[in-house]
Design a binder for this molecule. Structure first.
Ligand SMILES: O=P(O)(O)OC[C@H]1O[C@H](OP(=O)(O)OP(=O)(O)O)[C@H](O)[C@@H]1O
Length: 195
């Protein structure tokens, strides 16, 4: 289930994501079922992933508390850039750019959960997975809140997907359009202008 409401901006149809109630809790439950009673190293993909990551970790902790289980969660961040948004360019670039340290040796031997806001072409997550695997983690799982339904959909879907959306440019909930609109609030209540 998904909902977006949108408008036109510089000729683009931009949509604001609204996260339905229970989606993040469901993801947290599935993650807990797979990796409960273990430590988990959460790798949050910035900038777009920060809101989702924050809410997901809160749900994981809450589920753990209510089940009297403790899943030790450590959160690390990686900043990636794949889009150059300009007058003629809102596509992923071919190369993944890691901003900051590329050394992820703290992942060695750990249960890693990569938290990504959106998978569009899949280039970002595929390149990041390859990079992460070079540091020999014990296990790697990927969660994405949104996966775009596009013609050449990514082959290896994330292990835990919030929901699929149509091929629209989405903003809000930390997703941006040229750094605008990350701060748009998403409400658990249906937006008034659904389309
Ligand atoms: O599946 P792909 O086509 O590779 O695209 C997905 C990536 O694009 C966005 O990040 P962006 O590069 O815009 O950086 P940001 O999160 O800092 O806005 C998004 O947050 C994903 O990381």
């Amino acid at each position: 289930m998904w909902r977006v409401f949108g408008w036109r901006l510089f000729g683009y149809r931009v949509a604001c994501v609204w996260v339905p109630c229970g989606v993040i809790e469901r993801l947290a439950r599935h993650i807990m079922e797979d990796i409960s009673d273990q430590n988990i190293m959460v790798l949050c993909v910035l900038k777009g992933g920060y809101k989702f990551c924050c809410d997901l970790v809160e749900h994981i902790k809450a589920i753990g508390r209510s089940a009297d289980k403790y899943l030790e969660t450590r959160v690390e961040f990686i900043r990636l850039k794949s889009y150059l948004v300009g007058r003629d360019n809102d596509q992923s670039t071919e190369d993944l750019q890691i901003i900051g340290s590329q050394d992820l040796s703290f992942l060695r031997g750990k249960n890693v959960l990569i938290v990504e806001a959106i998978v569009d072409t899949g280039k970002t997550i595929n390149a990041l997975l390859k990079h992460v695997e070079t540091f020999e983690p014990k296990m790697v799982k990927v969660t994405a809140l949104l996966v775009k339904r596009v013609p050449n959909m990514v082959e290896n879907l994330p292990d835990y997907v919030g929901f699929e959306i149509p091929n629209r440019f989405v903003v809000g909930y930390a997703l941006d359009y040229n750094e605008y609109f990350r701060d748009l609030n998403v409400s658990p209540d249906p937006p008034s202008e659904a389309f």
